[in-house]
Design a protein around this ligand. Structure first.
Ligand SMILES: [Fe+2]
Ligand SMILES: [Fe+2]
Length: 288
């Protein structure tokens, strides 16, 4: 199903709002107490709040298992890396004066900042790929099942997740199979055994899982798992290997959050470098 221009605009706006909200929650430089509550009456905040109400209500264990089944066979679309980038960019109407940066530019700002710091090329590529899972939106998925903070399902929702009260409307909240600390999992079972709420992180991880080093795959898979990387709320599900790999997730996160700048990267000038990277790590066509 094709999204119309209005639906694409809404999806794009929601992605922007979520990321702006993350910056409010996790500012690069912590704010002074007195600045803390500015924007108290902020219509954008109401939109974000409504977004989380939906996300927390509908991301149940069964919903996630269903989405995994629906999407992880990767039978939707075959695209080269650049076709996927161009496809994601159809979310944005170039002629819209409100748009500061399109998705390609966000990806490039992230990856170019990683490159400027001299990190390995797979790390740069992970930066470039990390939000490509947002193509789920173009496959007709609702925004609350594409973006937003991610969290484990099948066990108690942590009160460290943003707007925890909204989970009270989630059927799993009162389901004894899923509402204990460990739920369906075992202590220290490792995140590879844990189902995360459905969205662009889990999806892009599966699309790329045969192609990048594991450190890069962790970056893709857990980049929106703020309850863990900022609040350490799910230590009890992690094993030592996860802890080792999360050092890389932590390294990646600031590049995702804090590299948005008004200077637009020159997409055409940078493209050959990324085509070469893709040729080194990825097949000619990628299965989405
Ligand atoms: Fe993302
Ligand atoms: Fe991002």
């Amino acid at each position: 199903m094709e999204l119309n221009a209005e639906e694409k605009k809404q999806a794009y706006d929601m992605m922007e709002l979520w990321e702006d909200d993350l910056l409010e929650r996790y500012p690069e430089k912590p704010k002074k107490a007195k600045e803390e509550f500015r924007n108290y009456e902020n219509p954008a905040r109401d939109t974000v709040k409504e977004f989380y109400r939906m996300n927390h209500t509908f991301q149940t264990y069964d919903f996630v298992l269903g989405k995994e089944k629906e999407f992880l066979g990767l039978k939707r679309k075959k695209m080269s890396l650049w076709e996927a980038v161009d496809y994601l960019n159809t979310l944005v109407d170039d002629s819209d004066p409100d748009i500061d940066l399109d998705q390609t530019q966000h990806l490039l700002q992230t990856s170019e900042a990683i490159r400027a710091d001299g990190h390995p090329d797979w790390f740069i590529l992970a930066g470039f790929l990390h939000d490509l899972g947002k193509v789920l939106c173009l496959f007709g998925e609702p925004q609350w099942a594409v973006v937003g903070d991610t969290f484990p399902v099948g066990c108690r929702f942590s009160d460290k997740i943003v707007y925890p009260n909204f989970f009270e409307a989630n059927p799993d909240f009162n389901d004894e199979r899923y509402n204990t600390k460990l739920g369906v999992y075992k202590e220290s079972c490792g995140l590879r055994n844990v189902h995360m709420s459905w969205g662009h992180d889990e999806y892009i991880y599966h699309v790329m899982k045969d192609y990048l080093p594991e450190e890069g795959l962790y970056m893709l898979r857990y980049h929106s798992f703020y309850a863990q990387h900022r609040e350490h709320a799910y230590e009890h599900l992690m094993d030592d290997h996860d802890r080792e790999m999360f050092k890389w997730v932590d390294k990646f996160n600031p590049y995702d959050l804090y590299t948005k700048a008004p200077v637009k990267p020159n997409v055409e000038a940078l493209r050959p470098y990324y085509e070469d990277l893709a040729a080194k790590y990825l097949p000619d066509t990628i299965q989405f």
